[in-house]
Design a protein around this ligand. Structure first.
Ligand SMILES: CSCCC(=O)C(=O)COP(=O)(O)O
Ligand code: MG
Length: 321
């Protein structure tokens, strides 16, 4: 166990990039399922009626209509058709509402759905009905990771980039966007596809092995690992139980504080790190692999670069979409 813990600690220390999932990782599943999703479902009709002429809404409607046609073509079970543009506004909205509710009933992660959800949630954040949930250990971890030379933090979630910015910008812990260097959503691809992680590596402009991805979903960790990234699984209270074999394939952490206790700060000389690791008792908190060699690559990564060297890694938020 100690060896595995040391491995993950070393990886965090060496990796230039922390790539974070949201639901089940930075944020409780319950906030997404019991607050965000019901809010979108309850307000979708009123929202479409009042915002029908809004350009962003028009774009989301076009995307939803295109998706519904593709679903019909693929004969996706239960697909709800959306009446065409020549139908009355009322009929189109009724079809859209039913389509959105159908998609949400199976927690689909389609970009078109996420685009509309993000627009609806924006209203909720603006009128104070929604505040983004983040676990207590998230803000201190972001702060510490960003205090390390050259280390950057990116988000990769099925939620739209707009929804991500709302959640972190108006979170219970305050505005966390200042700690985040860029956002990725399913515009780069689905989270269980290896190609999505390759696209992220390309967009950030770093080497795959310079990224540590944290997620609650083992299949996402697997895709990231197959793209050459490091991956660890996050097991928060309220998350679905992890498949047993995952504990043998990936380091499992319960809180980000397990990953920060040993990270090196700008102000601390590098030589002090081993002592700092030894002072912590985080070993006991890390559920880890019995066969770590299958999950964590032995390969050494480049040392962390300084701020000026890493400037070219900055990903313009919009370019990630
Ligand atoms: C940006 S918050 C909304 C979360 C969401 O819609 C979702 O589907 C969560 O997916 P994740 O990839 O963060 O697990
Ligand atoms: Mg998740």
């Amino acid at each position: 166990m100690a060896n595995d813990l040391k491995e993950i600690i070393d990886i965090v220390r060496k990796c230039k990039i922390l790539l974070l999932d949201i639901e089940g990782t930075t944020t409780s599943i319950s906030f997404v399922k019991d607050k965000l999703f019901p809010y979108a479902e309850e307000n979708v009709k009123k929202f479409l009626e009042s915002q029908w002429d809004n350009e962003d809404v028009k774009e989301a409607v076009i995307a939803l209509r295109k998706l519904a046609l593709e679903d019909q073509e693929k004969k996706v079970e239960g697909v709800v058709a959306i009446p065409g543009e020549n139908s009355s506004k009322e009929d189109q909205i009724e079809g859209l509402v039913n389509n959105v509710k159908w998609q949400m009933s199976s927690d689909r992660k389609e970009g078109a759905l996420k685009q509309l959800q993000g627009l609806i949630w924006k209203q909720g954040y603006e009128n104070g009905e929604i505040k983004g949930h983040v676990y207590d250990d998230v803000m201190p971890a972001l702060e510490q990771w960003r205090s390390v030379d050259g280390q950057k933090v990116y988000i990769y979630s099925s939620g739209s980039v707009q929804a991500q910015k709302l959640l972190f910008g108006q979170s219970l812990a305050g505005d966390l966007l200042k700690f985040i260097d860029g956002h990725f959503d399913t515009a780069v691809g689905a989270k269980q596809e290896v190609s999505s992680y390759k696209a992220i590596v390309e967009k950030i402009g770093c080497a795959a092995e310079e990224i540590l991805f944290l997620t609650d979903i083992v299949k996402e960790a697997e895709a990231a690992k197959n793209a050459g990234l490091y991956a660890a699984v996050v097991s928060r209270e309220g998350n679905a139980p992890l498949p047993e074999e995952s504990a043998n394939s990936y380091p499992v952490i319960k809180t980000f504080s397990q990953l920060t206790a040993s990270n090196k700060r700008k102000t601390e000389p590098q030589e002090e790190q081993p002592a700092k690791v030894a002072k912590t008792d985080i070993n006991d908190d890390v559920k880890s692999s019995t066969d770590s060699s299958s999950s964590l690559k032995e390969k050494e990564v480049e040392p962390v670069k300084n701020d000026s060297e890493s400037k070219n890694m900055e990903v313009d938020d919009e370019s990630c979409r």
